[in-house]
Ligand binder design. Structure first.
Ligand SMILES: NC(=O)c1ccc[n+]([C@@H]2O[C@H](COP(=O)([O-])OP(=O)(O)OC[C@H]3O[C@@H](n4cnc5c(N)ncnc54)[C@H](OP(=O)(O)O)[C@@H]3O)[C@@H](O)[C@H]2O)c1
Length: 311
């Protein structure tokens, strides 16, 4: 950690750091000297990951926070815990937030907040965590918010009449929509917040990566298909390269592009570039996260998200 120690003094939060792309990202960034706060949902996997990273890189500064990102209450508690840890070290800034955690669910699962699981974990969690960590990100000289999206966002749309897909749930449809939401969020973040601050948001497309994501909440045919399909993918270390690049390379800031693949800018889908769709999703997400309505989520917002009232 000397010549390539470009990240010394920087603090980076990586969600979903206990496996796959997130674990590879946390390992590589810790090896380059960043202080890493990993986020995981299992105490055992968090500890096992922390020990493995420290064993490989004895100077690594890495700790973990526990949170189930399907729960908005836990996301808010997570943000407070991150702030507490930073203050303990005398720090008031967060340099990079990597929204990597993601899930696939074969079944229509409703979270404790009443939302479809993939929409909640893959989109609303990055949206809310970013919002909660904004004060810390604002304090960094050039903060970055990186959300791990996917090439599956091409050829899909937001199903406005039934965003939670309650009436027409299909695992892949929900996954693709949530990854499109990652790009719409990134574009809108740069329009709303990027313009008036030094925080820039990026969506990273890792390509096909050989991880277990498609076998965790699925089973049966989908799990079997994913095992075979993902075997053709790159390693998590290779898949993490664009995320690591966006988190660490100073040259990124010179390029206006928000969507990146293979460490290069790439045009996201036409739908993702539509500012009206992005603004609409942003406003819906605010309501679903109880941000716009301090009294909590209104009945109207819930109906708009689940039944067709927002048509
Ligand atoms: N693999 C690919 O081909 C591919 C392609 C494009 C995009 N992506 C995206 O890359 C990201 C990482 O996926 P991956 O392929 O590396 O899969 P992975 O190995 O399954 O990693 C997903 C991570 O998210 C965590 N996670 C899932 N649900 C969570 C929850 N409710 N609360 C907190 N943490 C949760 C998992 O925790 P556990 O360790 O406890 O399971 C794990 O650490 C995802 O956003 C995914 O959509 C993947």
């Amino acid at each position: 950690m000397t010549a390539t120690n470009t990240l010394a003094g920087k603090t980076i939060v990586v969600t979903g750091a206990t496996s796959g792309i997130g674990r590879a990202t946390a390992t590589a960034l810790a090896a380059r000297g960043a202080g890493i706060i990993g986020v995981g949902r299992s105490p055992q996997r968090c500890e096992e990951t922390r020990e493995a990273i420290v064993a490989a890189h004895p100077e690594a500064q890495i700790s973990f926070c526990l949170a189930d990102l399907s729960s908005q209450q836990q996301i808010r508690a997570l943000a407070l815990e991150i702030e507490r840890r930073l203050l303990e070290r005398g720090e008031k800034k967060l340099d990079v937030l990597v929204n990597n955690a993601g899930a696939v669910s074969r079944w229509y699962v409703v979270t404790e907040d009443g939302y479809e699981l993939q929409f909640a974990v893959n989109h609303l969690a990055p949206f809310l965590l970013t919002h909660e960590l904004l004060p810390l990100l604002r304090n960094a000289p050039a903060a970055r918010v990186i959300t791990v999206s996917s090439g599956s966002h091409y050829n899909t749309r937001v199903h406005w009449p039934d965003v939670m897909l309650r009436h027409t749930y299909h695992c892949l449809t929900a996954y693709k929509q949530s990854k499109l939401a990652n790009v719409l969020f990134t574009e809108e973040f740069n329009r709303r917040i990027g313009r008036e601050t030094h925080i820039r948001a990026y969506a990273a497309d890792p390509g096909l990566v050989n991880t277990q994501i498609g076998t965790k909440g699925t089973g049966g045919l989908i799990s079997w298909w994913w095992s075979r399909h993902s075997a053709r993918g790159v390693t998590p270390e290779k898949g993490a390269e664009t995320v690591i690049f966006l988190a660490s390379d100073p040259a990124v800031a010179a390029t206006p592009s928000s969507y990146w693949k293979d460490c290069r800018p790439k045009l996201p889908s036409r739908y993702a570039r539509n500012a009206a769709h992005a603004a609409r999703l942003w406003e819906l997400s605010e309501r679903l996260c109880g941000i716009a309505d301090p009294e909590g989520l209104s009945e109207t917002a819930l109906r708009a998200a689940t039944s067709g009232a927002s048509r």
